[in-house]
Design a protein around this ligand. Sequence first.
Ligand code: PLP
Length: 389
Amino acid sequence: MKKDTRLLHAGRHPENFHGAVNPPVYHVSTVLHPSVAAMEKSGKTPFEGMRYGRFGTPTTFALEEAVAELEGGHRAVATCSGLAAITGALMAFLKSGDHLLMVDTAYFPTRKFCDDVLRGLGVETTYYDPRVGGGIKALMRPNTKVVFTESPGSLTFEVQDIPAIAEAAHAGGAVVMIDNTWGVLTFQPFTKGIDISIQAATKYIVGHADAMLGTITCATPELWHRVKSSVAAFGQSPGAEEMYLGLRGLRTLAVRLRQHAATALRLTQWLEARPEVDRVLYPPLPSDPGHALWKRDFSGACGLFGVILKPASKPAVDAMLDGYDHFKLGFSWGGFESLVIPTSGHSIIRTASAWEPAGPSLRFHAGLEDADDLLADLEQGFERLRQAV
Ligand SMILES: *Cc1c(COP(=O)(O)O)cnc(C)c1O
Protein backbone atom coordinates (compact mmCIF):
# COMPACT_ATOMS: atom_id res chain seq x y z
CA MET A 1 0.00 0.00 0.00
CA LYS A 2 1.14 3.53 -0.75
CA LYS A 3 1.43 6.05 2.06
CA ASP A 4 -1.85 7.85 1.33
CA THR A 5 -3.73 4.55 1.49
CA ARG A 6 -1.91 3.39 4.62
CA LEU A 7 -2.95 6.58 6.39
CA LEU A 8 -6.60 5.63 5.91
CA HIS A 9 -6.13 2.16 7.39
CA ALA A 10 -3.52 2.75 10.09
CA GLY A 11 -4.67 1.82 13.60
CA ARG A 12 -8.24 1.04 12.53
CA HIS A 13 -9.75 -2.28 13.56
CA PRO A 14 -13.49 -2.09 12.77
CA GLU A 15 -13.76 -5.81 13.51
CA ASN A 16 -13.01 -5.06 17.19
CA PHE A 17 -15.63 -2.30 17.41
CA HIS A 18 -18.85 -3.68 15.92
CA GLY A 19 -17.83 -2.45 12.47
CA ALA A 20 -17.47 1.20 13.50
CA VAL A 21 -15.30 2.88 10.85
CA ASN A 22 -13.43 4.95 13.42
CA PRO A 23 -11.97 3.66 16.70
CA PRO A 24 -14.32 4.63 19.55
CA VAL A 25 -13.40 7.17 22.23
CA TYR A 26 -12.81 5.28 25.47
CA HIS A 27 -13.45 7.45 28.50
CA VAL A 28 -11.60 5.41 31.09
CA SER A 29 -9.90 5.79 34.39
CA THR A 30 -10.85 2.59 36.22
CA VAL A 31 -10.60 -0.75 34.46
CA LEU A 32 -12.37 -3.65 36.22
CA HIS A 33 -10.41 -6.87 36.56
CA PRO A 34 -12.37 -10.12 36.93
CA SER A 35 -10.18 -11.64 39.67
CA VAL A 36 -7.19 -10.97 41.88
CA ALA A 37 -5.20 -13.35 39.70
CA ALA A 38 -6.10 -11.38 36.56
CA MET A 39 -5.25 -8.12 38.31
CA GLU A 40 -1.86 -9.49 39.37
CA LYS A 41 -1.20 -10.82 35.89
CA SER A 42 -1.90 -7.42 34.31
CA GLY A 43 0.64 -5.89 36.70
CA LYS A 44 3.38 -8.01 35.12
CA THR A 45 2.78 -6.37 31.71
CA PRO A 46 1.21 -3.02 32.66
CA PHE A 47 1.64 -1.55 29.19
CA GLU A 48 -0.21 -4.32 27.36
CA GLY A 49 -3.98 -4.35 27.24
CA MET A 50 -6.22 -2.44 29.65
CA ARG A 51 -4.98 -2.06 33.22
CA TYR A 52 -5.66 1.55 34.22
CA GLY A 53 -6.62 4.61 32.16
CA ARG A 54 -3.22 6.28 32.42
CA PHE A 55 -1.49 3.36 30.73
CA GLY A 56 -3.69 3.46 27.66
CA THR A 57 -7.04 2.43 26.20
CA PRO A 58 -8.05 1.09 22.77
CA THR A 59 -8.19 4.75 21.62
CA THR A 60 -4.56 5.20 22.72
CA PHE A 61 -3.48 1.94 21.12
CA ALA A 62 -5.13 2.92 17.82
CA LEU A 63 -3.36 6.28 17.73
CA GLU A 64 0.00 4.80 18.73
CA GLU A 65 -0.25 2.07 16.12
CA ALA A 66 -1.19 4.55 13.40
CA VAL A 67 1.60 7.04 14.14
CA ALA A 68 4.23 4.28 14.42
CA GLU A 69 3.12 3.06 11.00
CA LEU A 70 3.25 6.46 9.34
CA GLU A 71 6.71 7.20 10.78
CA GLY A 72 7.95 3.69 9.99
CA GLY A 73 8.98 2.83 13.56
CA HIS A 74 8.40 -0.14 15.87
CA ARG A 75 5.87 1.38 18.24
CA ALA A 76 4.76 4.79 19.56
CA VAL A 77 3.79 6.37 22.88
CA ALA A 78 1.11 9.09 22.94
CA THR A 79 1.48 12.07 25.29
CA CYS A 80 -0.63 15.05 26.34
CA SER A 81 1.34 17.62 24.26
CA GLY A 82 4.25 17.85 21.89
CA LEU A 83 6.42 19.26 24.64
CA ALA A 84 5.50 16.34 26.94
CA ALA A 85 6.70 14.02 24.15
CA ILE A 86 10.05 15.83 24.05
CA THR A 87 10.54 15.91 27.83
CA GLY A 88 9.25 12.34 28.26
CA ALA A 89 11.69 11.04 25.66
CA LEU A 90 14.65 12.97 27.14
CA MET A 91 13.86 11.89 30.70
CA ALA A 92 13.80 8.24 29.64
CA PHE A 93 17.52 8.33 28.81
CA LEU A 94 19.11 11.02 30.99
CA LYS A 95 20.13 10.98 34.64
CA SER A 96 22.45 13.00 36.85
CA GLY A 97 25.99 13.06 35.44
CA ASP A 98 24.89 12.50 31.85
CA HIS A 99 25.60 14.75 28.88
CA LEU A 100 23.14 15.83 26.19
CA LEU A 101 23.96 17.26 22.75
CA MET A 102 21.11 19.58 21.77
CA VAL A 103 20.77 21.32 18.41
CA ASP A 104 21.14 25.10 18.70
CA THR A 105 17.95 25.62 16.64
CA ALA A 106 15.73 23.59 18.97
CA TYR A 107 12.15 24.64 19.62
CA PHE A 108 12.47 27.24 22.37
CA PRO A 109 10.61 25.33 25.14
CA THR A 110 12.92 22.35 24.45
CA ARG A 111 15.87 24.62 25.13
CA LYS A 112 14.21 26.00 28.24
CA PHE A 113 13.68 22.46 29.56
CA CYS A 114 17.40 21.74 29.14
CA ASP A 115 18.47 25.01 30.79
CA ASP A 116 15.92 25.08 33.62
CA VAL A 117 15.06 21.47 34.43
CA LEU A 118 17.83 19.19 33.16
CA ARG A 119 20.58 21.44 34.49
CA GLY A 120 18.97 21.35 37.94
CA LEU A 121 18.91 17.56 37.75
CA GLY A 122 22.65 17.40 37.00
CA VAL A 123 22.39 16.77 33.26
CA GLU A 124 24.77 18.91 31.21
CA THR A 125 23.62 20.22 27.82
CA THR A 126 25.98 21.27 25.04
CA TYR A 127 24.33 23.10 22.14
CA TYR A 128 25.71 22.38 18.68
CA ASP A 129 25.55 24.09 15.28
CA PRO A 130 22.69 22.56 13.23
CA ARG A 131 25.08 22.29 10.25
CA VAL A 132 27.58 20.18 12.24
CA GLY A 133 26.97 16.93 10.28
CA GLY A 134 29.56 14.25 11.03
CA GLY A 135 31.51 16.88 12.99
CA ILE A 136 29.29 15.98 15.95
CA LYS A 137 31.93 13.30 16.64
CA ALA A 138 34.22 15.94 18.15
CA LEU A 139 31.51 16.94 20.63
CA MET A 140 30.74 13.43 21.86
CA ARG A 141 31.88 12.57 25.38
CA PRO A 142 31.96 9.20 27.15
CA ASN A 143 28.82 10.26 29.07
CA THR A 144 26.88 11.62 26.04
CA LYS A 145 23.65 9.65 26.24
CA VAL A 146 21.41 11.56 23.82
CA VAL A 147 21.94 13.53 20.61
CA PHE A 148 18.83 15.57 19.90
CA THR A 149 18.04 16.91 16.44
CA GLU A 150 15.30 19.04 14.91
CA SER A 151 15.23 19.45 11.16
CA PRO A 152 14.47 21.92 9.74
CA GLY A 153 15.19 23.92 12.90
CA SER A 154 12.52 25.98 14.63
CA LEU A 155 12.19 29.56 13.28
CA THR A 156 15.35 29.49 11.13
CA PHE A 157 14.80 26.27 9.13
CA GLU A 158 18.34 24.86 8.83
CA VAL A 159 18.24 21.29 7.51
CA GLN A 160 20.44 18.84 9.41
CA ASP A 161 22.50 15.99 7.92
CA ILE A 162 20.74 13.37 10.02
CA PRO A 163 22.45 10.22 8.61
CA ALA A 164 25.91 11.72 9.28
CA ILE A 165 24.96 12.84 12.80
CA ALA A 166 23.34 9.50 13.61
CA GLU A 167 26.38 7.52 12.47
CA ALA A 168 28.76 9.50 14.68
CA ALA A 169 26.34 9.50 17.63
CA HIS A 170 25.81 5.74 17.43
CA ALA A 171 29.57 5.15 17.27
CA GLY A 172 29.74 6.97 20.61
CA GLY A 173 26.87 4.95 22.09
CA ALA A 174 24.22 7.72 22.19
CA VAL A 175 20.52 7.53 21.39
CA VAL A 176 19.52 9.82 18.49
CA MET A 177 16.23 11.70 18.73
CA ILE A 178 14.49 14.00 16.29
CA ASP A 179 11.70 16.52 16.65
CA ASN A 180 10.11 15.54 13.32
CA THR A 181 7.08 17.83 13.44
CA TRP A 182 7.92 19.72 10.20
CA GLY A 183 8.76 16.45 8.41
CA VAL A 184 5.61 14.58 9.38
CA LEU A 185 4.99 12.17 6.46
CA THR A 186 7.83 13.62 4.35
CA PHE A 187 10.86 12.63 6.46
CA GLN A 188 11.11 8.92 7.27
CA PRO A 189 13.30 9.06 10.39
CA PHE A 190 13.98 5.35 10.85
CA THR A 191 15.55 4.97 7.40
CA LYS A 192 17.96 7.81 8.31
CA GLY A 193 19.40 6.45 11.55
CA ILE A 194 16.99 7.99 14.07
CA ASP A 195 16.14 5.94 17.19
CA ILE A 196 13.31 8.08 18.54
CA SER A 197 11.05 10.40 16.54
CA ILE A 198 8.85 12.99 18.21
CA GLN A 199 5.75 14.61 16.78
CA ALA A 200 3.99 17.67 18.12
CA ALA A 201 0.76 16.05 16.89
CA THR A 202 -0.92 19.30 17.94
CA LYS A 203 0.26 20.64 14.58
CA TYR A 204 -0.51 18.74 11.35
CA ILE A 205 -1.74 15.44 12.79
CA VAL A 206 -4.59 17.08 14.70
CA GLY A 207 -4.58 19.65 11.91
CA HIS A 208 -7.45 21.87 13.07
CA ALA A 209 -5.93 23.91 15.94
CA ASP A 210 -8.34 22.32 18.41
CA ALA A 211 -6.30 19.89 20.57
CA MET A 212 -2.89 19.36 22.20
CA LEU A 213 -1.21 16.01 21.55
CA GLY A 214 2.25 14.46 21.20
CA THR A 215 3.76 11.18 20.10
CA ILE A 216 7.11 9.45 20.54
CA THR A 217 7.87 6.72 18.01
CA CYS A 218 10.65 4.29 18.87
CA ALA A 219 12.82 2.09 16.64
CA THR A 220 12.95 -1.01 18.88
CA PRO A 221 10.95 -2.77 21.64
CA GLU A 222 13.68 -1.92 24.20
CA LEU A 223 13.59 1.79 23.40
CA TRP A 224 9.79 1.75 23.41
CA HIS A 225 9.66 0.16 26.86
CA ARG A 226 12.00 2.78 28.31
CA VAL A 227 10.03 5.63 26.81
CA LYS A 228 6.66 4.20 27.82
CA SER A 229 7.94 3.70 31.39
CA SER A 230 9.19 7.30 31.53
CA VAL A 231 5.97 8.81 30.18
CA ALA A 232 3.90 6.65 32.53
CA ALA A 233 6.10 7.58 35.49
CA PHE A 234 5.42 11.26 34.86
CA GLY A 235 1.73 10.64 34.27
CA GLN A 236 1.75 12.44 30.91
CA SER A 237 -1.16 10.57 29.37
CA PRO A 238 -3.30 12.30 26.72
CA GLY A 239 -7.04 12.85 26.97
CA ALA A 240 -9.45 10.58 25.13
CA GLU A 241 -11.03 13.26 22.94
CA GLU A 242 -7.64 14.66 21.98
CA MET A 243 -6.50 11.25 20.81
CA TYR A 244 -9.65 10.86 18.80
CA LEU A 245 -9.03 14.23 17.13
CA GLY A 246 -5.49 13.08 16.32
CA LEU A 247 -6.80 9.89 14.73
CA ARG A 248 -9.39 11.80 12.75
CA GLY A 249 -6.82 14.33 11.56
CA LEU A 250 -4.54 11.53 10.33
CA ARG A 251 -7.02 10.41 7.69
CA THR A 252 -6.77 13.69 5.78
CA LEU A 253 -3.14 14.48 6.63
CA ALA A 254 -1.67 13.65 3.22
CA VAL A 255 -4.07 15.81 1.18
CA ARG A 256 -3.90 18.70 3.62
CA LEU A 257 -0.12 18.60 3.71
CA ARG A 258 0.20 18.69 -0.09
CA GLN A 259 -2.07 21.74 -0.21
CA HIS A 260 -0.19 23.54 2.60
CA ALA A 261 3.13 22.81 0.83
CA ALA A 262 1.89 23.90 -2.62
CA THR A 263 0.61 27.20 -1.22
CA ALA A 264 3.80 27.74 0.80
CA LEU A 265 5.90 27.19 -2.32
CA ARG A 266 3.88 29.77 -4.28
CA LEU A 267 4.06 32.29 -1.46
CA THR A 268 7.78 31.80 -0.85
CA GLN A 269 8.64 32.10 -4.56
CA TRP A 270 6.66 35.33 -4.69
CA LEU A 271 8.19 36.63 -1.47
CA GLU A 272 11.73 35.89 -2.66
CA ALA A 273 11.27 38.32 -5.55
CA ARG A 274 9.92 41.16 -3.40
CA PRO A 275 12.14 44.23 -2.81
CA GLU A 276 11.14 44.31 0.90
CA VAL A 277 12.52 40.79 1.49
CA ASP A 278 16.13 39.93 2.24
CA ARG A 279 15.80 36.12 2.50
CA VAL A 280 13.14 33.43 2.58
CA LEU A 281 13.80 30.43 4.82
CA TYR A 282 12.16 27.43 3.16
CA PRO A 283 14.27 24.38 2.20
CA PRO A 284 12.23 23.53 -0.96
CA LEU A 285 13.52 26.76 -2.55
CA PRO A 286 16.69 26.09 -4.59
CA SER A 287 18.19 29.27 -3.07
CA ASP A 288 17.88 27.85 0.48
CA PRO A 289 21.21 26.65 1.97
CA GLY A 290 19.48 23.46 3.15
CA HIS A 291 17.97 22.67 -0.26
CA ALA A 292 20.39 19.87 -1.24
CA LEU A 293 19.95 18.01 2.06
CA TRP A 294 16.17 18.53 1.92
CA LYS A 295 16.06 17.15 -1.61
CA ARG A 296 18.14 14.14 -0.59
CA ASP A 297 16.23 13.27 2.60
CA PHE A 298 12.64 14.59 2.33
CA SER A 299 9.84 13.56 -0.01
CA GLY A 300 7.92 16.82 0.40
CA ALA A 301 7.36 19.83 2.63
CA CYS A 302 4.69 21.63 4.63
CA GLY A 303 3.27 25.12 5.04
CA LEU A 304 5.74 26.53 7.57
CA PHE A 305 8.49 28.95 6.49
CA GLY A 306 10.45 32.01 7.60
CA VAL A 307 11.09 35.42 6.08
CA ILE A 308 13.85 37.93 6.82
CA LEU A 309 12.91 41.44 5.79
CA LYS A 310 15.30 44.14 4.74
CA PRO A 311 15.88 46.57 7.62
CA ALA A 312 12.57 48.15 8.69
CA SER A 313 11.31 49.87 11.84
CA LYS A 314 9.33 47.91 14.42
CA PRO A 315 6.24 50.15 14.03
CA ALA A 316 6.30 49.54 10.27
CA VAL A 317 6.53 45.76 10.69
CA ASP A 318 3.86 45.83 13.41
CA ALA A 319 1.54 47.79 11.09
CA MET A 320 2.11 45.22 8.37
CA LEU A 321 1.27 42.31 10.70
CA ASP A 322 -1.62 43.98 12.54
CA GLY A 323 -3.50 44.64 9.32
CA TYR A 324 -3.39 41.17 7.74
CA ASP A 325 -6.82 39.71 6.95
CA HIS A 326 -5.70 36.08 6.71
CA PHE A 327 -2.31 35.77 8.43
CA LYS A 328 -3.47 35.99 12.03
CA LEU A 329 -1.15 36.50 14.98
CA GLY A 330 -1.00 33.28 16.94
CA PHE A 331 1.40 30.62 18.20
CA SER A 332 1.43 27.08 16.90
CA TRP A 333 0.89 26.01 13.28
CA GLY A 334 -0.37 23.06 11.26
CA GLY A 335 -4.04 23.96 11.56
CA PHE A 336 -6.20 24.87 8.56
CA GLU A 337 -5.58 28.59 9.05
CA SER A 338 -2.78 30.92 8.05
CA LEU A 339 -0.67 32.41 10.85
CA VAL A 340 2.26 34.74 11.35
CA ILE A 341 4.53 35.61 14.28
CA PRO A 342 7.41 38.07 14.56
CA THR A 343 10.60 36.16 15.44
CA SER A 344 13.08 39.02 15.84
CA GLY A 345 14.89 39.97 19.00
CA HIS A 346 14.71 37.55 21.90
CA SER A 347 12.68 34.87 20.11
CA ILE A 348 15.76 33.35 18.49
CA ILE A 349 18.39 32.33 21.01
CA ARG A 350 21.70 30.95 19.77
CA THR A 351 24.75 30.00 21.76
CA ALA A 352 26.60 27.67 19.38
CA SER A 353 25.99 29.13 15.93
CA ALA A 354 25.74 32.60 14.41
CA TRP A 355 22.37 34.12 13.55
CA GLU A 356 22.65 37.64 12.22
CA PRO A 357 19.63 38.47 10.09
CA ALA A 358 19.80 41.60 7.92
CA GLY A 359 16.44 42.84 9.24
CA PRO A 360 13.31 41.83 11.15
CA SER A 361 12.35 38.16 10.88
CA LEU A 362 8.92 36.49 10.71
CA ARG A 363 7.48 33.00 10.66
CA PHE A 364 4.51 32.23 8.43
CA HIS A 365 2.16 29.29 8.26
CA ALA A 366 0.42 28.92 4.90
CA GLY A 367 -3.10 27.68 5.63
CA LEU A 368 -5.72 26.21 3.35
CA GLU A 369 -7.13 29.53 2.13
CA ASP A 370 -6.93 30.20 -1.61
CA ALA A 371 -3.33 31.17 -2.44
CA ASP A 372 -4.51 34.22 -4.43
CA ASP A 373 -6.19 35.61 -1.32
CA LEU A 374 -3.02 35.02 0.70
CA LEU A 375 -0.84 36.72 -1.91
CA ALA A 376 -3.15 39.74 -1.95
CA ASP A 377 -2.93 39.85 1.86
CA LEU A 378 0.87 39.83 1.74
CA GLU A 379 0.92 42.48 -0.96
CA GLN A 380 -1.31 44.83 1.04
CA GLY A 381 0.92 44.18 4.04
CA PHE A 382 3.96 45.44 2.13
CA GLU A 383 1.96 48.54 1.25
CA ARG A 384 1.47 49.19 5.00
CA LEU A 385 5.17 48.50 5.62
CA ARG A 386 6.14 51.10 3.03
CA GLN A 387 3.71 53.71 4.28
CA ALA A 388 4.51 53.45 7.99
CA VAL A 389 7.24 55.80 9.14
C1 PLP B 1 4.66 23.27 18.76
C2 PLP B 1 5.93 22.50 18.72
C3 PLP B 1 6.25 21.65 19.77
C4 PLP B 1 5.43 21.53 21.02
O1 PLP B 1 4.14 21.01 20.80
P1 PLP B 1 2.95 21.36 21.82
O2 PLP B 1 1.92 20.37 21.44
O3 PLP B 1 2.60 22.79 21.56
O4 PLP B 1 3.47 21.14 23.21
C5 PLP B 1 7.42 20.93 19.66
N1 PLP B 1 8.23 21.05 18.60
C6 PLP B 1 7.94 21.86 17.57
C7 PLP B 1 8.87 21.93 16.41
C8 PLP B 1 6.79 22.63 17.60
O5 PLP B 1 6.53 23.46 16.60
